[in-house]
Ligand binder design. Structure first.
Ligand code: NAD
Ligand code: MG
Length: 387
């Protein structure tokens, strides 16, 4: 059997490392074309050498000499800069894992689609900002988008794509994050160190903060809307603190299909890597008898206003999700840098949305212009607030 060729964008991150772990366990199945990272030269070079990658690309231009030095004599091509990351995405691998965080992953993900590669999509922000354009490009090119986000991967596994008219609801589960049962006053004093400690998942800093505000679930609503195509009122959120039921699909006859598993991202990543086949993983097996119970509760949009703000952006469509996403990225970065407090994150996003209402984007450049303007406005608001 010919090996599946794979490129990993964001190879040094949480999803990237889990992807490489699985590739390393299946050398007879997968072959690495290119790996990219933003600034971690050491991690990138080590991964490229370990996997026998053809090319390693560092996003930060200034790191070019360091990467060349680290790869000297290995035969692995070294490249640097944003354009080189996009080029790596477009090398025509059988599958591209899009695991860059934030809108920075949008152009590379689109380049992979346009090159005809199947896209394993972890980078939800690209779909939130430019979902309509990405889906259109994927349909035009005949490439499949395999969701890596655990909820969407679960839905993908349960959703009858041949007969979508039989699906009545998609129910995304949410752990509720580290502050699920905290009141508003307690959340006021949350530090970045505390916010990134997720109860069930070990993830990058940005998505950990998104989980704490529950903006992550808001982004996931919009992500689901693009991936599964049902009208906005068919997506529900269900809080499930144990993160064992990864999501559910309800059919017109009342049947509900769910995908379950231990909370380990390597399961959905393995699914996307091997699809339509399956591979072994070292993930813990689910022992429901040992767990004894699973809990569910409705989401609380009072304490987690991100849910309300994101749902409105999903319903309104057009440029709203791109603005939401960009303002959120800026606000999360400011929170992680200690410049704003936890409750300010969603407040900033909401204020940017209130004052900026451009027409719907019709091309990628429009999305990136809207993204840039929303970031600028978020930063101005935060500076004014600090002064
Ligand atoms: P991370 O911060 O751990 O890793 C991000 C990766 O992107 C790194 O390799 C980094 O070098 C690269 N990167 C960052 N900025 C870049 C830029 N400007 N140009 C090029 N590369 C850049 O993030 P993560 O937790 O692995 O998440 C990656 C994506 O997957 C996010 O969109 C996140 O929402 C999504 N996701 C993650 C998880 C998880 O368990 N970590 C689960 C579901 C979805
Ligand atoms: Mg998720």
């Amino acid at each position: 059997m010919a090996r599946k060729t794979i490129t990993v964008l964001g190879a040094t991150g949480s999803v990237g490392c889990s992807t490489l772990d699985l590739i390393g366990r299946n050398p007879d199945r997968f072959e690495v074309v290119a790996l990219t990272a933003n600034s971690d030269v050491k991690g990138l070079a080590a991964a490229a050498i370990a996997t026998g990658a053809r090319r390693a690309v560092i996003g930060d231009e200034a790191m070019r000499p360091a990467l060349s030095e680290a790869l000297a004599g290995t035969g692995i091509e070294a490249a640097a800069g944003c354009a080189a990351v996009i080029e790596a995405a477009a090398m025509g691998a059988d599958l591209v894992m899009a695991a860059i965080v934030g809108t920075a992953g949008l152009r590379p993900a689109m380049a992979a689609i346009e090159a005809g590669s199947a896209l394993a999509l972890a980078n939800k922000e690209s779909l939130v900002s430019a979902g309509a354009l990405m889906i259109r490009a994927a349909v035009a090119r005949g490439v499949i988008i395999l969701p890596v986000d655990s909820e969407h991967n679960a839905v993908f596994q349960c959703f009858d794509r041949e007969r979508p008219e039989n699906v009545s609801r998609v129910i995304l589960t949410a752990s509720g994050g580290p502050f699920r049962d905290w009141d508003h006053d307690a959340m006021r004093a949350v530090t970045p160190e505390r916010a990134v400690q997720h109860p069930n998942w070990s993830m990058g800093a940005k998505i950990s903060v998104d989980s704490a505000t529950m903006m992550n679930k808001g982004l996931e609503l919009i992500e689901a809307r693009h991936l599964f195509g049902l009208p906005p009122d068919r997506y529900d959120i269900l809080v499930h603190p144990q993160s064992v039921v990864h999501s559910l699909v309800e059919y017109r006859d009342g049947s509900v299909l769910a995908q379950l598993g231990a909370p380990d991202m390597r399961t959905p990543i393995a699914y996307a890597l091997a699809w339509p086949d399956r591979i072994d993983t070292p993930c813990a097996r689910l022992d429901l008898a040992a767990l004894g119970r699973l809990d569910f509760e409705p989401p609380d949009a009072e304490r987690f206003p991100a849910l309300r703000v994101a749902r409105a952006a999903m319903e309104e469509g057009g440029a709203r999700p791109a603005i939401l996403n960009a303002a959120n990225e800026e606000a999360v970065a400011a929170f992680l840098a200690g410049r704003i407090c936890f409750l300010d994150i969603v407040a900033i996003v909401e204020r940017v949305l209130e004052r900026y209402d451009p027409p719907a984007p019709s091309a990628l450049d429009d999305v990136l212009a809207i993204d840039g303007e929303a970031r600028l406005r978020a930063r101005e608001l935060m500076e004014r607030q600090a002064a």
